[in-house]
Design a protein around this ligand. Structure first.
Ligand code: C2E
Ligand code: CA
Length: 254
């Protein structure tokens, strides 16, 4: 089905807001891919991304995602005179393709996009495997001026040394940790340690999957920089994101 799919007709990027904790200001959004198959209906990215990776379709699909997300960020930032940052999930395979950094650089140049509008999300495991080439890719991306976030941080085998070695901007604290932060003291201590460590290294932190006000209050006390989760908004189509998040931000600051 993936091989026969028409990306423009069947796929759509949804956007989930990211808010700054200190002043509740909208700072960006994560682009999350949705497949609405003409016969099968909604298919979860958790199901089709692994298949896209196995079949190599991830290269063209990932490219489509990057183009869409960059154009959307540009359209909103120009229309509303903002600097929202769009988080784009990147598959390890896409990065390992040696030309990745050059292609991103070219796109940013061709489309007249500010590099600070773009954040690349890479999972912790990826950042740790094949470290030598990754170091080059990370510094290549950092040289362009785009931001790099480590996705699902704190779930895998965290090696603190690579965080220091690589040009990383932000840690995305995994939902699995946030889920237990209000009930489990050990989890709370882990999240606290992650935030303190990140701050010490000059990295930002964003908590993922924040659903209720208990979790939010704790994260405020711990001075986690940003929040993403149902408490502020689910992933929604761009039309709705614009209405519910961007326009609201504009009106509340006027
Ligand atoms: P992820 O990068 O960890 O994305 C976060 C997932 O958590 C999303 O699921 C999002 O809808 C969900 N989420 C966010 N806040 C909450 C919350 O408060 N409560 C709950 N229960 N869930 C929350 P989604 O959209 O189903 O995406 C699943 C995974 O698929 C993503 O996990 C990412 O790894 C992958 N994915 C999505 N889009 C892309 C893409 O364009 N490219 C690649 N390579 N992977 C993608
Ligand atoms: Ca992500």
């Amino acid at each position: 089905m993936l091989k026969n799919s028409n990306f423009d007709n069947e796929f759509k990027l949804y956007y989930q807001p990211q808010y700054r904790t200190s002043d509740n200001k909208l700072v960006g959004m994560e682009a999350l891919l949705r497949w609405i198959h003409p016969e099968e209906g909604f298919i979860s990215p958790a199901d089709f991304i692994p298949i896209a990776e196995e079949t190599g379709i991830i290269f063209s699909l990932g490219e489509w995602v990057i183009n869409q997300a960059m154009c959307q960020a540009k359209a909103w930032n120009q229309k509303y005179n903002m600097d929202l940052q769009v988080g784009i999930n990147i598959s390890p395979l896409q990065i390992e393709n040696s030309d990745f950094v050059n292609r991103i650089r070219q796109k940013i140049h061709d489309e007249d996009i500010k590099p600070e509008w773009i954040d690349i999300e890479i999972t912790e495991g990826v950042a740790m495997s094949s470290q030598v080439s990754m170091e080059e890719i990370f510094s290549g991306l950092a040289n362009i001026g785009i931001s790099i976030s480590i996705d699902d941080f704190g779930t895998g085998y965290s090696s603190l040394s690579y965080i220091k070695r690589f040009d990383i901007d932000r840690l995305k604290i995994a939902k699995e940790l946030i889920d237990n932060i209000a009930e489990d003291k050990n989890t709370l201590l882990i999240v606290k340690a992650i935030i303190m460590m990140a701050r010490g290294m000059g990295l930002k932190t964003i908590a993922e999957g924040v659903e209720d006000s208990n979790q939010l209050e704790i994260l405020k006390v711990l001075e986690c920089d940003e929040i993403q989760g149902y408490i502020f908004g689910r992933p929604v189509p761009p039309e709705i994101f614009e209405l519910e998040h961007i326009e609201k931000t504009i009106h509340s600051s006027n």
